[in-house]
Write a protein that binds this ligand. Structure first.
Ligand code: ZN
Ligand code: ZN
Length: 317
């Protein structure tokens, strides 16, 4: 099969031909029709998070069909042990032995993959394969972040990329006011946010017109944490939704005082996935996608790094 692999971190992905994978007991062999590109793929490529297996096929927002024709989605959470203290308490996202798609298990920048059937998710009928792919990480981990942000009405989104462009729509559907923060002069992305239901858009150093009840930080920039705290009402929460972030600079205690919270989101549970994929068609979440052929996966990562497209890049084998 054709695949694009990461051989060494810090180097470009390479297109190769690999033997076809074989499904073991409990696994589905899937023919991939689309695979969304996530910032985590870029972090692995750029050695900002550690690769556990090399070479590896990146990609963990897979839409594919099994041998019976059934369409499924394969997310980042690829396998858990089912019996550690986290799995036993409904927190399989923190499983100590978890294995992740596109890092520990070969992922979706390929024509075929195998996936544990228990971790595959139903894909909403309303969306095409290409449109559905971004839901499988940006959407559902963004949804977990939104849930952990609480019920506050005034929500800030810092970093308006793949996840935020979907979560903005969900939050507006829930009746919240969304304030979108982008790079200072990124008027194109600010206009994009307003088109998806944000009530205000501006640079991340700007003061929004009213204090926020919660903020979700999708950009991997630690300096956004004190910036977000600074515009939060007492009792508000800052949720860091990425797997990697640069160091958080020190800040005056008064930014945190007033029972403000900072927390992170790690991975997903299958329940997050099922809830979000049931909710998405009701909103309905519309994804903005840019398609790349499999052999251009490296270009897709480069374009993500430089912010060249709005929404999500999707690899089409
Ligand atoms: Zn991801
Ligand atoms: Zn576990």
């Amino acid at each position: 099969m054709r695949a694009t692999i990461l051989e060494r971190q810090g180097q470009a992905l390479r297109s190769v031909t690999l033997p076809e994978p074989e499904a073991q007991d409990g696994q589905l062999l899937l023919r991939i029709s689309a695979c969304g590109v996530c910032r985590t793929d870029l972090h692995l490529r750029d050695r900002e998070i550690e690769a556990t297996k090399l070479p590896v096929v990146l990609g963990h927002q897979i839409v594919g069909r099994g041998e019976d024709g059934r369409r499924v989605g394969v997310p980042w959470l690829g396998w858990t042990d089912g019996d550690c203290r986290y799995c036993a308490s409904g927190r399989e996202n923190l499983c100590v032995n978890a294995r992740f798609t596109g890092r520990d298990i070969d992922g979706g920048f390929a024509e075929l993959t195998v996936a544990d059937e228990r971790f595959c998710l139903p894909v909403p009928d309303e969306l095409s394969d290409h449109e559905a792919a971004p839901l499988l990480c940006g959407g559902l981990i963004g949804y977990r972040a939104l849930t952990l942000a609480g019920d506050g009405e005034r929500l800030g989104l810092y970093g308006f990329g793949s996840a935020a462009h979907m979560i903005c729509q969900v939050a507006a559907f829930q009746g919240r006011k969304v304030f979108a923060f982008t790079r200072a002069d990124d008027e194109r992305t600010q206009a994009f946010a307003l088109s998806l239901g944000a009530v205000w858009a501006g640079g991340s150093e700007q003061q929004p017109p009213e204090p926020l009840d919660a903020a979700i930080i999708f950009a991997p920039a630690g300096e956004l944490v004190p910036q977000a705290l600074r515009v939060l009402a007492p009792g508000g929460v800052v949720v860091c939704a990425g797997i990697h972030m640069s160091d958080i600079p020190s800040f005056p205690y008064e930014y945190l005082y007033g029972e403000r919270l900072i927390r992170s989101v790690a991975n997903l549970t299958r329940r997050d996935g099922e809830e979000f994929l049931a909710l998405a068609p009701k909103v309905p979440v519309r994804t903005t996608i840019t398609l790349y052929e499999l052999e251009r996966a490296e270009d897709a990562l480069a374009d993500l790094r430089s912010g060249r497209f709005e929404g999500t890049a999707v690899i089409v084998p």
